[in-house]
Design a protein around this ligand. Sequence first.
Ligand SMILES: NC(=O)c1ccc[n+]([C@@H]2O[C@H](COP(=O)([O-])OP(=O)(O)OC[C@H]3O[C@@H](n4cnc5c(N)ncnc54)[C@H](O)[C@@H]3O)[C@@H](O)[C@H]2O)c1
Length: 322
Amino acid sequence: MKVGDRMSTVLVAGGAGFIGSHLIDLLLTEGNKVICADKLIMGKHNISHIAEGESFKFYDIELADQDSVDKIFLDNHIDIVYHMAANSDIQKGGKDPAIDFNDTLLTTRVLLEGMRKAEVKKLFFASTSAVYGEMLDVELTETTGGLMPVSYYGGAKLASEALISSYVSMCDMSAVIFRFPNVIGPRLTHGAVFDFIRKLRKNPAELEILGNGKQCKPYIYVFDLVEIIMKLTKVFSPGEAVYNISVTSPGTTVDHIAKIVAEELGLRNVKYNYTGGDRGWKGDVPRFSYDISKVLSTGWSPQYSSDDAVRQTVKDAIKEGM
Ligand SMILES: NC(=O)c1ccc[n+]([C@@H]2O[C@H](COP(=O)([O-])OP(=O)(O)OC[C@H]3O[C@@H](n4cnc5c(N)ncnc54)[C@H](O)[C@@H]3O)[C@@H](O)[C@H]2O)c1
């Protein structure tokens, strides 16, 4: 990503997390200078393999704090901001709305303000299918209207998207917004695949499944995701571009995920116990379906189906010693 005659300097907010750290690996491989800012909710292990120096700098900061963020923009000439920070523990956020307000929404506001003052014009934002709320039988396109999120997390992401839209218009910024589905792969720290491995390691005879197991969603492998993030942030067009991101095959059910995890762990005769109901927790959306023709028209195509992504992620977790 060349800006004039030099490589880009990018700020990855939330870069020590699962997806952000993979994005940083790719940004560095392509020769960019990376500034990572994170308060390390998940720890520092995802970026511990990267040496600090000329091409990588780390700031341990609260991204909802304006002074801390402004200092990064003052210290560094940033070309692009990748905003990957958010609360990823949806159930924890469900018990305390202040978590999503701070980590998912305020971080967006503060980063946008920092960008406005420093005149940084390019933003990538990690949004989510949760902005659509519960539209179970609609094929969701980027222009589907009447969005009514059913979780604080989804509300904070949709509010972030609205703020971004206003800054794009008022400050002549360019933004690329991806609405991710479930993302899985190496370094995973949450979600059904992670939980099932953890629970089955503890008790290989039984597995508690939240809901009725019929929840059905797409799962994208993290390397497929960071590839398309890089592709669509090499050139920014004026204004705002929103993309639904998913796999080309149908989603997979929670029951099927449990079966794949048990198979990969070499377990037979696992007894599955269901907590009941059509969803895992309040604020969960039991199923959704995306129209992804817009992102496919860029020439990108994901390598992994949902099932393949699940299977590969279990293999990755085993390799990581889980
Ligand atoms: N993983 C998924 O399935 C998924 C799905 C849809 C959208 N997303 C979005 O993608 C992005 C990355 O998700 P992830 O799975 O890598 O999550 P993650 O929890 O692994 O990473 C998020 C990082 O943000 C940091 N962070 C959060 N709030 C912060 C704050 N106030 N100040 C400083 N640092 C802060 C955390 O310390 C963490 O390192 C998030 O915005 C998430 O909402 C993820």
